[in-house]
Design a protein around this ligand. Structure first.
Ligand SMILES: Nc1ncnc2c1ncn2[C@@H]1O[C@H](COP(=O)(O)OP(=O)(O)O)[C@@H](O)[C@H]1O
Ligand SMILES: [Mg+2]
Length: 237
């Protein structure tokens, strides 16, 4: 398991593992399923903390028989560990992502299962919801463009940049979540692929009342993206 910096709750019987068990949380505090995902994400917490617990599940066709099992190819390649490392790096560099708390895996035969705990982003909703309940102001489109540029200036290819994996808080601030299979790369065509993926997702959920409005919003996003990408690169650290 990777470090749980903020300390395990006192009730943890088997200290490290209990924090990954939603039932343990609900016995002592709160554990609420996050309804928007694949059904394996929980909001857990008590007076002192508000965390998100995610059990990694497979998508697509293999989900039918592998469900939550991944082929073991070494500790370094554990999905939750890779995401933990990427989040830790980004969080330290001031990129708007949740701070990672802990990650673990359980190995069995040629497979493993894994989980990740992150800090819950307060007062935030997925962009997919924010956009369907009204008109997105230009400021939201440009904040989105600038935030994606920040991610890309760090060289981070988000493998699944859709409107469900972008959170917006009450003040219109953007955060990115769900970095499974995300990675740091040299600049390349993947940046455009990230943008295209998001555009498809936004148009699918009907992010504007008309095509014209959508196009105007998207142009605003691209303008802000280009401006922020041209900004000085962040210092190494
Ligand atoms: N750090 C976080 N803060 C607040 N909400 C979160 C956070 N992480 C996940 N969520 C919520 O849980 C949902 C599912 O999480 P996600 O990590 O995207 O898993 P998956 O897409 O694999 O189900 C998100 O759409 C979001 O609503
Ligand atoms: Mg997701």
């Amino acid at each position: 398991m990777l470090a749980a910096e903020e300390g395990a709750p006192e009730w943890a019987a088997t200290p490290a593992d209990a924090i990954f068990d939603p039932q343990q949380w609900s016995r002592h505090a709160a554990a609420v399923p996050a309804e928007r995902g694949r059904g394996a994400t929980w909001f857990v917490g008590d007076d002192a903390r508000a965390w998100v617990l995610r059990h990694y599940c497979r998508g697509g066709f293999v989900a039918r028989f592998l469900v939550d099992r991944y082929l073991w190819t070494g500790e370094d390649r554990v999905r939750a560990f890779a995401e933990w490392r990427l989040l830790e790096r980004l969080w330290r560099r001031g990129v708007p992502v949740p701070r990672p708390i802990a990650a673990r895996y359980r190995r069995r035969g040629p497979f493993y299962r894994c989980d990740l705990i992150t800090v819950r982003i307060e007062d935030a909703r997925p962009l997919s919801e924010r956009l369907t309940d009204g008109v997105a102001p230009p400021a939201l489109w440009s904040a989105l463009g600038a935030a994606i540029a920040r991610l890309h200036r760090e060289g981070v290819d988000h493998a699944d940049l859709n409107a469900h994996n972008v959170l917006v808080d009450g003040g219109g601030r953007i955060s990115f979540i769900d970095f499974d299979r995300g990675r740091v790369r040299a600049d390349g065509r993947w940046t455009m692929r990230n943008l295209r993926r998001l555009r498809r997702s936004l148009s699918k959920i009907g992010a504007a009342r008309s095509v014209r409005e959508f196009d105007a919003g998207w142009r605003e996003l691209l303008r802000a993206y280009a401006a922020a990408r041209a900004a000085a690169p962040p210092p190494d650290g």
